[in-house]
Design a protein around this ligand. Structure first.
Ligand SMILES: Cc1ncc(COP(=O)(O)O)c(C=O)c1O
Ligand SMILES: N[C@@H](CCOP(=O)(O)O)C(=O)O
Length: 462
């Protein structure tokens, strides 16, 4: 199994190389050169197996022999051992044919743990084998950063630097990033918004002298292994509601397009997914693009679902790659246009996207109303991101096809917004009960590439 760049101009890599490389050297994102297929019988056989066994069966064909079967099984076991729910990703029924996939039972209470706990183990196994050291730099709107720090803190061969937008993450998210005491963890609070943080991370990857000197690695969904780990729960949840004998639809609270893109990969592997519904908050560039074909960012507006306050949606590039018939040059041109302000999707590519994706948006008021309605009506307390998903799912739910909405974070990560909407302040689980008493360690930095690179070089001795 080989991995190629969405822009068609970077070295072809193995799974392990792509995982450790992060952004391709032509600025693109790595994808498998072909997508392994699961037959109807393979999918049906997932019924009743453990999450870990399903994870092994779904991901193994993508690894191309990077690890032995026993090594990979051990990696998966360790990755999910710390989850607070035996099912790992339990499914709860919300209404007739509408299900909620709870993805927040990992150690940092967001869906990011599914991938980050796994790649923490993959990195450790790979770096122990090679004796190499890496410097992970990540951008976060709140959840990726806390999950990455949890997965990599204290690891001998790794430094982890996380850039988050100053004042634009919830207090719980910030404290999850600033309170770990391990020396290899560095939280950087950047003036600006998430798109600025992500742009600086990509700038660092495109600064080859810096990249090679510090041994840069990425754990944002730039990293293919992040996306791959998220494919698994599409299979487990779909099988629980009747796949492969019936089609299933998913609604996904969306920002950087990594999670829903994992669903698209599941569909291409053979899972009978009818619709993949992109649910956005008021930062609805993806909804506007899928409805009108125009991708022109017009500024990020802070919302009560801050992890989705994103306008430059990194993984949309991967979807465009397929929509443009796997033409790397066309994708490269679109990304150049985006740097200059925005781009228009061709009619053919828009039709290709619409074969799989629908979209909808949700205002702040609608988000609060959905949290209140679900709490009062079903007893399910949603985080604001999941509420965006539920509201959009209800608008797209076709009778006869089960709809699964992804619940991407625990409500306790956003206590102010949830309390305002529902009247209930969700408590933190016991392993985080003293979060507000722990001391914080954070570096304030301007949105300036040189300033950020200097901090990283200084702290890593380069
Ligand atoms: C809680 C939550 N929901 C939804 C999203 C959006 O996911 P994605 O960026 O994969 O589209 C994020 C951020 O990634 C998140 O942290
Ligand atoms: N919402 C994310 C943004 C980064 O997304 P990623 O999937 O590319 O890491 C966050 O919480 O940081």
């Amino acid at each position: 199994m080989k991995y190629i760049s969405t822009r068609g101009n970077a070295p072809v890599l193995s799974f392990e190389e792509a995982m450790l490389t992060g952004l391709a050297r032509d600025g693109g994102l790595y994808l498998p050169e072909s997508i392994p297929q699961m037959s109807k019988a393979d999918i049906a056989a997932l019924e009743g197996v453990s999450y870990e066994e399903a994870a092994f069966r779904v991901m193994w064909p993508f690894l191309g022999g990077a690890f032995t079967e026993d090594e990979f099984r051990g990696i998966i076991e360790r990755a999910y051992a710390g989850f607070a729910h035996d099912a790992r990703a339990p499914l709860v029924q919300l209404g007739s044919g509408h299900f909620l996939l709870e993805l927040f039972h990992g150690p940092t209470l967001a869906f990011k743990d599914f991938a980050m706990q796994l790649i923490g183990q993959l990195f450790e196994a790979s770096l122990t084998r090679s004796g190499n050291r890496v410097c992970i730099v990540g951008a976060t709107s709140g959840d990726t950063g806390s999950a990455a720090i949890e997965a990599f803190r204290g690891l001998e061969a790794v430094d982890v630097f996380i850039l988050f937008p100053h004042g634009r993450v919830s207090e719980v998210q910030r404290r999850q990033m600033t309170t770990p005491s391990e020396d290899n963890v560095h939280a950087l609070s950047v003036t600006g918004h998430f798109d600025d943080c992500q742009a600086r991370v990509k700038d660092m990857f495109n600064d080859f002298a810096f990249r090679d000197a510090v041994g840069l690695a990425g754990v944002n969904s730039i990293n293919w292994a992040r996306v791959l780990a998220q494919v698994v729960y599409y299979f487990t949840s779909a099988v629980s509601v009747g796949a492969p004998h019936r089609s299933v639809s998913f609604t996904v609270p969306t920002g950087n397009f990594g999670d829903i893109f994992a669903g698209y990969i599941a569909k291409r592997m053979g899972l009978p997914i009818d619709r993949l519904v992109v649910a956005t908050n008021q930062n609805d560039i993806l909804h506007r693009c899928l409805s009108q074909g125009d991708y022109t960012p017009d500024g990020v507006i802070p919302s009560i679902s801050p992890s989705m306050d994103i306008q430059v949606s990194s993984n949309f590039e991967r979807a465009l790659y397929y929509a443009y018939g796997e033409d790397g040059n066309a994708v490269g041109q679109l990304m150049d246009e985006l740097k200059a302000g925005g781009f228009k999707v061709s009619q053919g590519a828009l039709e290709a996207l619409r074969e799989s994706f629908d979209s909808g948006n949700c205002s702040e008021e609608e988000t609060r109303a959905t949290i209140a309605r679900l709490w009062n009506g079903t007893g399910e307390l949603l985080c604001p991101h999941s509420a965006v998903g539920v509201k959009v799912a209800e608008e797209h739910h076709a009778p006869g096809t089960p709809m699964i909405t992804l619940a991407t974070a625990h409500p306790a990560k956003f206590p102010d917004a949830v309390e305002e909407a529902s009247g209930l302040r969700p408590p933190l689980p016991s392993h985080m009960a003293d979060l507000y008493d722990r001391s914080e360690r954070v570096t304030r930095v301007e949105n300036d590439l040189t300033a950020i690179e200097d901090i990283i070089k200084d702290r890593t001795g380069h």
